[in-house]
Design a protein around this ligand. Structure first.
Ligand code: NAP
Length: 529
């Protein structure tokens, strides 16, 4: 089966109905009235249930406050009264805490959460008097690391033995591969052993995948915040992101996982592009940010065909090539891959779409309307700043189009190696300002100099820019970098990294799905940046 046909097979999911995994909005406020206001906001945003964090209230008068919270809540409730020793805000005695939770059960809470460390004591406290309707979530939080699979298995067994109706554990991701163990436990307890429902997540940026993919693995709920940054645990996405960006409701066991591998990676716009496109084309896939430290370990861990396609960005494009079982010949010449696909036979295939995106946008930028035979780059002096993944792609692409290539890089050795590869000349960055053997040259910045937050940096002086007919910057945050602004002022044509981004994304989308890229949609989405 080819990659393309296997993806056509997965065009089944969207529109097949909502998965049963709930979106739970943590509600944290000082007063009951504020809590109630936030509960209504949660419903409006699309949450299914709210977690009332009693420990965040400035003062609690248990009976009237809990009564009102339950009465006024437009959604099912989960009451949590988290003590400081488990990462919460409550600093009082245990008896008062247990009394409040017991009261919540009696007054009609749908769920209450009790920590594993306190579960035995709490069970003694309530003497088995738990209303049928109320589900007891027994939870455990590890703010330092994610234990081994065996230890997690034991933890789940202990939580069940403590009398949980629903198991909850949250660990911390020190590496993205930690998430695999947690997903494995989730899927095992839901689909293999059919144990009690489970809420399992991995905190922190490296664990975000656990919060987004949990419907695929059968988790009971995920947490979605009302606003960005207002989290009750590190790494929580917003409800808007879950529903609108990640198409959370449509994720099911057959959903293929795609993502962008990088470090840093949270700035990437790729999830916005691909998830919208998947939704519109009815492709059963979800595209996520993947903060990866060790690429080899990542691919070894996520080797199932469910983890289907990957974009690759800074600083992993060269290492990713070495992880591939098969590499497209052009990517091999460039020495970097930015697009990887897991074939149905488990082999990892890598290719490079950066050079197509960048070179075609520069060619379009050079065209003056008159029809031309051959590339407008033929014969031009093409100066590439940078010798990393994008630098190699630009240098190789320019050479293919008949340009004469010059490489300038911070590490001169890398500039020299790349120049040798493409039959060009190498410069140090310091030599750039005085390098102008002719006019009408092309300049392409492929370093991160000038990228957010360092927007006042630029790799070359404004004076030197007047020798360039066209200046391209691979950076796309911001869209107009200082380099491009000064190039415009110096009279050069400019091409932004957004053009390259869109061009390489067209190509990747087609490789991921076997479908034509929705070009206008990509342009519309990127027009906002
Ligand atoms: P990479 O493989 O890590 O290469 C980074 C390059 O930048 C190297 O040449 C490095 O020089 C140089 N560099 C980094 N920091 C520098 C600094 N402070 N001063 C001078 N040089 C510095 O990264 P990449 O994947 O090629 O990406 C490079 C840039 O292109 C990023 O900004 C990325 O966002 C952008 N990009 C954009 C698109 C798009 O679609 N628009 C696609 C790909 C990449 P050394 O060799 O000395 O380390």
């Amino acid at each position: 089966m080819t990659v393309e046909s296997s993806v056509r097979h997965m065009e089944v999911g969207l529109g097949m109905g909502k998965n049963p995994t709930l979106i739970c909005a943590p509600i944290m406020a000082d007063t009951v009235n504020q809590m109630v206001e936030l509960m209504h906001k949660a419903k409006f945003k699309g949450a299914d249930i709210v977690e009332v964090r009693l420990d965040h209230m400035k003062s609690l008068d248990p009976r009237p406050d809990i009564e009102m919270l339950i009465r006024e809540c437009p959604l099912p409730t989960l009451f949590t009264y988290r003590p400081i020793w488990e990462g919460g805000e409550y600093n009082g005695d245990e008896i008062s805490r247990f009394d409040a939770l017991q009261l919540a059960m009696e007054l009609g809470a749908d769920h209450i959460d009790i920590e594993l460390k306190a579960a035995h004591e709490f069970m003694n406290h309530i003497r088995g008097n738990k209303p049928e309707k109320c589900k007891l979530i027994v939870s455990s939080h590890n703010y330092e690391y994610t234990p081994s699979a065996e230890e997690l298995g034991n933890l789940v067994a202990r939580i069940q033995a403590a009398g949980a109706d629903i198991v909850k554990f949250a660990t911390t991701a020190n590496d993205i591969t930690d998430v695999a163990r947690v997903l494995q436990i989730t899927v095992h307890s839901q689909f293999v052993n059919r144990q009690v429902p489970i809420i399992a997540m991995v905190m922190g940026e490296r664990g975000i995948m656990s919060r987004l993919l949990c419907p695929k693995f059968g988790a009971y709920l995920t947490f979605g915040t009302l606003e960005e940054g207002k989290v009750s645990a590190p790494g929580q996405p917003t409800i808007d992101e879950l529903i609108s960006l990640y198409n959370f409701r449509s994720i099911n066991t057959d959903t293929k996982v795609f993502g962008i591998i990088g470090k840093p990676v949270s700035h990437s716009k790729s999830p916005k592009l691909y998830n919208r496109a998947f939704k519109e084309a009815g492709v059963n896939g979800v595209f996520v940010h993947l903060l990866v430290d060790d690429v080899k370990k990542f691919f070894e861990t996520y080797s199932s065909p469910d983890f289907f396609g990957f974009s690759c960005t800074i600083p992993h494009k060269e290492v990713a090539l070495a992880c591939c079982d098969e590499v497209d010949p052009v990517a091999k010449s460039i020495g970097a891959v930015n697009c990887l696909i897991r074939r149905p036979n488990g082999k990892l295939f890598g290719c490079n779409t950066d050079y197509i995106g960048a070179i075609s946008s520069i060619e379009i930028g050079l065209q003056d309307g008159a029809s031309q035979i051959g590339s407008p780059l033929a014969g031009k002096l093409f100066v590439v700043i940078g010798a990393g993944g994008a630098g190699k792609a630009l240098a190789y692409g320019a050479k293919e189009k008949g340009a004469r290539v010059v490489i300038a890089n911070r590490s001169y050795d890398r500039a020299r190696d790349l120049a040798e590869l493409v039959g060009g000349q190498a410069l140090t960055l310091a030599e750039l300002n005085s390098f102008h053997p002719e006019t009408g040259m092309i300049l392409a910045n492929t370093t991160s100099i000038g990228m957010q937050p360092n927007v006042e940096e630029t790799p070359i002086s404004k004076e030197a820019l007047r020798y360039y007919e066209l200046v391209f910057d691979a950076i796309y945050t911001p869209k107009i970098t200082r380099l491009l602004r000064e190039a415009q002022e110096a009279g050069s044509k400019i091409v932004t990294g957004v053009e390259m981004f869109i061009g390489q994304a067209y190509e990747q989308y087609e490789r991921f799905t076997g479908l034509p890229a929705p070009k206008q949609l990509f342009r519309d989405i990127m027009a906002d940046y």
